[in-house]
Design a protein around this ligand. Structure first.
Ligand SMILES: Cc1cc2nc3c(=O)[nH]c(=O)nc-3n(C[C@H](O)[C@H](O)[C@H](O)COP(=O)(O)OP(=O)(O)OC[C@H]3O[C@@H](n4cnc5c(N)ncnc54)[C@H](O)[C@@H]3O)c2cc1C
Length: 388
């Protein structure tokens, strides 16, 4: 049962780092754990709103994945070009093929701004358009905000699904506060458009929108963004002009996963909700943004780091139990918690239980507080120290 196994983890984001580290901790040295990521660094995305206003540099929120080697994880910095789940082999852009006994797919979601804005590299096309989900674009956005003293700021979620449900709210609240602090609010308007019926934790966020005079439009489904004209065209024919656009680009499952035949008609990987095994292959797990989980109430589990993290723990638990010939106890339960950075050093604490007959999403008192912001800062410090 417990003979030597080779386990390959694809992706060095939240899910991959947790999976590889937990596997290394729980399995003896006779087993090999590989982690493959196309870039050398891991980025802690929840800190992006602070990069936007200059409170963090990209280097403050990045860690070199080669640091995982001190734990005994073999890190390979290269692109995954092919997954052959039948043969149990992964092909890499550089280096030999990797054979595995078990595979953990944690390749996240690819961002495809060209699907709405006609260009992957927004920086080359327009000064006033920024991809909020790309750290270097957020550095460009920081400069854009600094030199912006009047006009319309629009935060636009351009498609479903998107990761980091709190992030568009944070982009909105934090940029609004940035202009308020600089006493420019009478000259700068801020508006959030989302392609969903209700905002996250609606009563609290809606109250803040009202109090801070932030425009908010739910059910806004984008057709295209005209970069040169600085105009958004919505599916219902309505148009919206902007002077500065903070774009949450469309997402799609990485092509290498689709080519492996692991996705279904949703475009994402179907998995067992509790142990994250793929439906087709007993020895292949998919955690985090690459998978989808259907909820009892209908709809899908939001894509979030907290879920990637907790799903990895459950997948590892199941795999280790199988290797050791035991029964796994820890299952993924659809629970998570988030802090929405609300600007001005304040935050909103949200807890969520998605496997209930209806999702239960609550905010804790005090609703908008410095305490929750400090909690988010502490979690950032913990994450970057604990895993690296
Ligand atoms: C601005 C922002 C703020 C956010 N805030 C929060 C928050 O407050 N709370 C929260 O829970 N979530 C938040 N999220 C969401 C969270 O970051 C993601 O849900 C989480 O990172 C998903 O983890 P993952 O492991 O599935 O994918 P990722 O973390 O995206 O990791 C995927 C990795 O795979 C690599 N990769 C992809 N394809 C290949 C390939 N072919 N070959 C090699 N490597 C490849 C990528 O480079 C990447 O390193 C936020 C996201 C953003 C963008």
């Amino acid at each position: 049962m417990d003979e030597s196994k080779s386990i390959v983890v694809l992706g060095g984001g939240v899910g991959g780092v947790v999976a590889a580290s937990k596997l290394r901790k729980k399995l003896g040295k006779e087993h090999k754990v590989f982690l493959v990521n196309r870039r050398s660094e891991h980025i802690f995305y929840p800190s992006i709103p602070w990069v936007m206003i200059g409170d963090r540099e990209p280097s403050d929120i990045s860690r070199d994945l080669s640091r995982l080697e001190k734990k005994g994880i073999e890190f390979l910095k290269t692109e995954v070009t092919n997954i052959d789940p039948k043969g149990g082999v992964v092909k890499l852009k550089e280096g030999d093929d990797l054979s595995y006994d078990y595979l953990v797919i944690a390749l996240g979601a690819d961002l495809v701004p060209e699907k709405v804005a006609g260009s992957k590299d927004l920086s080359e096309v327009s000064d006033g358009v920024y991809n909020f989900y790309n750290v270097m674009e957020v550095v460009r956005l920081r400069d854009g905000l600094k030199s912006f003293d009047s006009g319309k700021v629009v935060v636009l979620v351009s498609g479903l699904p998107y990761k980091g449900a709190v992030a568009p709210y944070e982009a909105t609240f934090v940029s609004e506060h940035f202009f308020r602090k600089r006493k420019l609010r009478d000259k700068v308007s801020v508006h959030l458009f989302i392609p969903e019926p209700a905002p996250l934790v609606a009563p609290v966020t809606e109250k803040l929108f009202e109090k801070r005079d932030i425009g908010f439009t739910p059910n806004a489904y984008v057709d295209s963004v005209k970069l040169e004209e600085k105009e958004i065209v919505f599916k219902n024919g309505e148009k919206e002009e902007f002077d500065l656009l903070i774009l949450i680009p469309p997402h799609q499952c990485p092509e290498v996963i689709e080519k492996a035949g692991l996705t279904d008609e949703t475009g994402w990987v179907p998995v067992d909700n509790e142990i994250l095994k793929t439906e087709k292959y007993e020895n292949v797990y998919a955690v985090g943004d690459s998978n989808y989980i259907e909820l009892p109430a209908g709809g899908f589990l939001p894509k979030a780091g907290i879920f990637a993290h907790r799903q990895s723990e459950a997948a590892v638990e199941d795999m280790v139990a199988e290797i050791k010939g035991k029964e796994s106890k820890k299952k993924f339960d659809g629970k998570g918690m988030f802090v929405i950075e609300a600007g001005g050093g304040k935050g909103i604490f949200v807890t969520a239980e998605f496997f209930k007959p209806e999702p239960v999403v609550k905010t804790k008192r005090p609703r908008v507080s410095r305490m929750w912001h400090l909690g988010k800062v502490m979690f950032e410090k913990y994450w970057l120290r604990h895993w690296f």
